[in-house]
Design a binder for this molecule. Structure first.
Ligand code: GLC
Length: 537
């Protein structure tokens, strides 16, 4: 691959925006599209290539936009279609791509399709959703459990059947076995592609098709109280059915018809099953999201094994990708603390494959405590106290030290991070050693070095002497870089491979420069470095 032959989404870095929390322009305490447009220069200055915006379509917001009532309109809280067009034009003028969230597994219960579907058993749209009679003795048709707890089936008194919902009862599952549903949803993709969007992140792609006959899911032997009720059973029959791949391929064909567009699939599955979503005989999505870093044990051996396993599993021609956080999972700095979150940022931005950065992680936002009275997330409200709530990772972006961190002139819909007066964009961009400055430098480095953006990668063997060090090489043409990350809090000495001796330090995660390298280098506690082979070596 050359810089010219690589697609934008291979060379580039994606930045996820949770639109309710990025920038409010109206004073209602909720972020919106005009707010995002106002902040585009921040994103280009940061150095990302694309934004993925979580759902902005018309929605009653039972699950904050993941319950869509009109796929071809913008929710008034976020703005209008013309605000969207303006944002898209402004983004493209800055060479920034725009990826939208596509929520195909379920609609809102207020979507006109569902209102028709539940109006009577013989309504033409009845079969657009998954309806089923009660079990012979009464009660739900099977033991499937909603991801948000409780049965996946909701009784509809008026028509005397249950409907399926993998998430909230306000999010009825569409019946993707019905060709009319497929056609209608593909029209949605075409609507936005024609408008100029550069791609979609496809919500819960692996959920779309359910096993014929709706057999019970097997119990999960690993289930323990406190895990969240969904884990009582294994989602063997309710997710990841073979028929889903034909659907992914159809979506891919539609995307390809519009030129270089991107499809990212949200899929939480073990590696071998995940790989199938790249497609086999026909192409699937470009990037099945790789969430392994989110749950990874934070040690050098574990990470090295995980990276090796993922790289080895990639089908020929498949492009890797990496994610450290999103709007559903705890923030990386909350889990690791800032010192290791900096090392994690270097890892994310130097691994082979497209990285996705979650808004606010570039500031090192940690855990945000949400007082019980302010909880918004239905996940937390349905199964409180288990630590499953997602509000802590969805708090407003702290821009500066003015009231409400410059996010809104009104009352923010979720509390700000406790340290916002210090940890905000205006402050951190002035500090050369800040988390934000580190991100900017890493992104600039990635852009300047094809070895990082599109090069090959090899994990370095022979680091047994430094058990806390994860080291790898990135290579493209004549360029050869070494990345070495100290995952521990003690200094680590590392013997360099012959080619990297006397290599030139390009960047350290610590404020002061990395030591010039010789035959051995000592990584300071929590230090990650990037070295470049000098032409003499
Ligand atoms: C995905 C989204 C999550 C949402 C769920 C239901 O996992 O990321 O936020 O609640 O799907 O749409």
């Amino acid at each position: 691959m050359t810089a010219a032959s690589a697609a934008w989404w291979q060379r580039g870095v994606v930045y996820q925006i949770y639109p309710r929390s990025f920038q409010d322009s109206t004073g209602d305490g909720i972020g919106d599209l005009r707010g995002i447009e106002r902040r585009l220069d921040y994103l280009t200055e940061l150095g990302v290539d694309a934004i993925w915006i979580s759902p902005i379509c018309r929605s009653p917001m039972a699950d904050f936009g993941y319950d869509v009532a009109d796929y071809c309109d913008i929710d008034p809280r976020f703005g209008t279609l013309s605000d969207f067009d303006s944002l898209l034009t402004a983004a493209h003028a800055r060479d920034l791509r725009v990826v939208l969230d596509f929520v195909p597994n379920h609609t809102s219960s207020e979507h006109p399709w569902f209102i028709e579907s539940r109006s009577s058993r013989d309504n033409p749209r009845r079969d657009w959703y998954v309806w089923h009679d009660a079990a012979p003795g009464g009660g739900p048709p099977n033991n499937w459990i909603s991801d948000f707890g409780g049965s996946s089936w909701e009784w509809d008194e008026a028509t005397g059947q249950y409907y399926l919902h993998a998430f909230l009862k306000e999010q009825p599952d569409l019946n993707w076995r019905n060709p009319a549903v497929r056609d209608a949803m593909y029209e949605v993709l075409r609507f936005w592609f024609a408008r100029g969007v550069d791609g979609f992140r496809i919500d819960v792609l692996w959920h779309l098709v359910k096993a014929e006959g709706f057999p019970d899911n097997p119990p999960n032997p690993a289930y323990r109280a406190g895990m969240g009720e969904m884990h009582r059973v294994q989602q063997l029959h309710s997710t990841d059915q073979p028929e889903v791949h034909a659907i992914a391929s159809e979506m891919r064909r539609i995307a390809d018809a519009y030129g270089e567009r991107l499809l990212i699939g949200e899929i939480y599955l073990p590696i071998e099953r995940l790989m199938h979503y790249y497609g086999r005989d026909t192409a699937g999505v470009h990037l099945p999201f790789n969430f392994q870093l989110i749950d990874a044990p934070w040690n050098a051996r574990g990470l090295a094994a995980m990276i090796a396993e993922y790289e080895a599993a990639l089908p020929p021609g498949a492009w890797p990708n990496w994610v450290l956080g999103n709007h559903d999972r705890p923030r990386i700095a909350a889990k690791l603390g800032e010192a290791q979150a900096r090392v994690a940022a270097m890892l994310l931005l130097t691994l082979r494959g497209t990285p996705t950065i979650y808004y606010g992680d570039e500031l090192g936002i940690g855990h945000v405590e949400i007082p019980p009275a302010q909880v918004q997330d239905p996940r937390e409200l349905r199964e409180p106290g288990l630590g499953l709530g997602r509000d802590p990772v969805r708090t407003p972006m702290p821009w500066d030290a003015t009231p409400n961190a410059g996010f809104t002139t009104g009352a923010p819909w979720l509390p700000l991070s406790a340290d916002w007066a210090d940890r905000n964009v205006a402050r951190l961009r002035k500090e050369p050693g800040s988390m934000l400055s580190l991100h900017r430098r890493l992104l600039a480095l990635r852009r300047a070095h094809p070895a990082l953006s599109i090069g090959d990668m090899a994990l370095l063997d022979g680091v047994e002497a430094a058990p806390d060090v994860l080291a790898y090489e990135r290579r493209h043409g004549d360029e050869r870089l070494l990345v070495a990350l100290n995952l521990g809090s003690a200094p680590q000495e590392l013997a360099l491979p012959a080619w990297a001796r006397h290599a030139r330090p390009l960047l350290s995660t610590l404020e002061s420069a990395a030591a010039p390298s010789a035959e051995r280098i000592v990584l300071r506690p929590d230090e990650g470095i990037v070295l470049a082979r000098t032409s003499a070596a």
